[in-house]
Design a protein around this ligand. Sequence first.
Ligand code: ADP
Length: 450
Amino acid sequence: MKRLVIVSNRVPSPKPRGAPQAGGLAVALAEALAGREALWFGWSGETSDTPGPPAIATAGSTRFATIDLTAAEKRGYYGGFSNGTLWPLLHYRMGLAEFRRDEHETWRAVNDRFAATLAPLLRPDDVIWVHDFHHFPLAAALRAQGCHQRIGFFLHVPFPPAALFDALPQGARLLADLAAFDLLGVQTEADAVNMRDALAGIGASAPVTAFPVGIDSQSFAREAARAASLPEARRLAESLGGRALILGVDRLDYSKGLPQRFRGYAALLKRFPEHRRRVTFLQVAPVSRNEVAQYRALRRELDELAGRINGEHGEIDWIPIRWMTRALPRATLAGFHRLARVGLVTPLRDGMNLVAKEFVAAQDHDDPGVLVLSRFAGAAAELKGAILVNPHDPDEIAEGLDAALRMGVEERRTRAALDRAMLATNSAADWAKGYLAALEATGESMRGAA
Ligand code: ADP
């Protein structure tokens, strides 16, 4: 079997096989990597004044090679063009995107340095799989280094309609970059349509296929069942005093629709007063990208909203919203999902949203909770048992919550079984294997024929 080379912005820290890995990508790829010779290349997450050659570490059959960035590179490539321009634009939020030429140039130069550092580590018959929007130009940059290997790309976030992507001053150039890959993978059919359309707009074409990311639902289910009896979950259960738990779990990010979600919960308490005192909404949202001003502003907005809703609706013995910006261990969250009567997942736009799938996987088959899910999460295309809502409309969120809270056990079981069956057809490993099989089956690279 050919060696697999993974490139991603961040590289998981090498751990002995079998040790739990934090990031979703690491978990998804672990099985695809197991037993196969692999090289994983990316940014170390560190900065240094004079970045040297890559640091190499080995775990099992995988080698990890990471490079540092300079502080200026980190600003332009990571905080700037990746998170300040592409992230909002790809999530349909043009108004939040900043367009700075110097940041685009730094982003491109970092990708060139990635390519120049990676090229000498490659073997002629490697298969290269590049992940996410930080690395649109990487295939083109590797080709410029004389690399003829097969190179695939997977976009974990959404791809917006061409008219929106066109707003990016360097949009046509980025599309030409994408066309240098042998296979473009996206999360949903809608993303594939948008990307094909954008490529056609510049007269380019490359195969674009949807490969929805899956989760290892059985192991998450086992973890949730175990965690439900751990002290944290017991404390939470006792503190509820028999009230129904509505649970939100997200990174603190403006794509997650948190202010609208809080307003939706407030609308539930106002319009459906029979639920007052009978529910508790716990939102866990660890701070992320706190160096970006928009993220700090979002946190302030949510602090204020939570305070106001509790002030307005709270009673001496009932606090409507519990709001935490600390991260919790994955196992603890799994246990919380299992306790929840409602999973409230309402991103304004999301590539997939793994939390929605984790909520489904964590439920007790006999007495499952209900997922209230944004129509605009990639997961909505698969999870037909969820109550779908428009996350921009607090009234619709309130109605979805009301329906979920009133739903009888028979219907909950039917819906949960439907979604559980869906998850079972597409594990994380299935996803990685499916993508790699398609990549290896793409026509012989023209560039490689020479
Ligand atoms: P994104 O990649 O935009 O953060 P996803 O929902 O697709 O969103 O993936 C998030 C991953 O991070 C999930 O596996 C989830 O369990 C984990 N996660 C999300 N919120 C938290 C949290 N509050 N604490 C710990 N892990 C979290």
